[in-house]
Ligand binder design. Sequence first.
Ligand code: HEC
Length: 216
Amino acid sequence: MSNQKQILKSGEKILFGIVAVFIGLAVVAYAALEVYRTSRPEPMFANKTHYDFSEEGQVGSALFRKSGCTACHRALRNGTNMGLSLDGVGSVRSLEWLVDFLANPEKTYGAKTFDHGAPPKEAAYVAQLPEKDRHAIAVFISELKSEQGSSSAAMPPEGRSDFIDNMVGAWAPKEWKERYQDIRTKDAPEGASQGRTQSPASKKTSEQANNKAHQE
Ligand code: HEC
């Protein structure tokens, strides 16, 4: 047995070197981004969700955290990023829907659910919570509102968006365009949602929206 120190082979040196460079770059990029983020006068992403709790909503907020919902959900910066965020859900679902969903998930969803439902599903316990608690939690969720245009809102941003037009033009299958109506163009002339032809009328709204944005 030799006592010779093990020397790295050149291939190993290169490999470790590359890994070290990557780690170094990641640290530098993170530090630079943090400096940029903290030195900005405004937050990097505008907050598009808001809330205004009733008394029952406050109770529901505490119950939401106590009842283990945060293991799979997130609301008001509490909970996990791995599951479904409930911020803004109050602008999409009504209080009745939420009350019904917590009691009868599959029936209310109208589709097979993954975690809510009958045992042994992981969130089966939710339907067994006392009715009063479920109601308070539903009130809490119904008070989590989002502004139009936030990713959790039912409606896209106001005014025309070339980005959305291009995405719809490029990705929406042809049958969708025949079968569904673009909710932004309920009374817009035909073709306005195809991303290519923009009617003078819709151009005007986009300009108005731009002007409005500049004035704010
Ligand atoms: C084990 C993970 C898990 C837990 C715990 C859990 N949920 Fe869920 N939740 C889900 C999943 C997944 C969905 C999507 C529906 C489904 O497949 O079950 C969902 C859907 C929902 C929805 C419907 C959202 C929508 O708009 O479609 C609400 C409301 C909700 N959960 C509330 C709660 C509340 C309140 C609790 C705690 C009392 C809770 N959840 C606990 C996983 C979980």
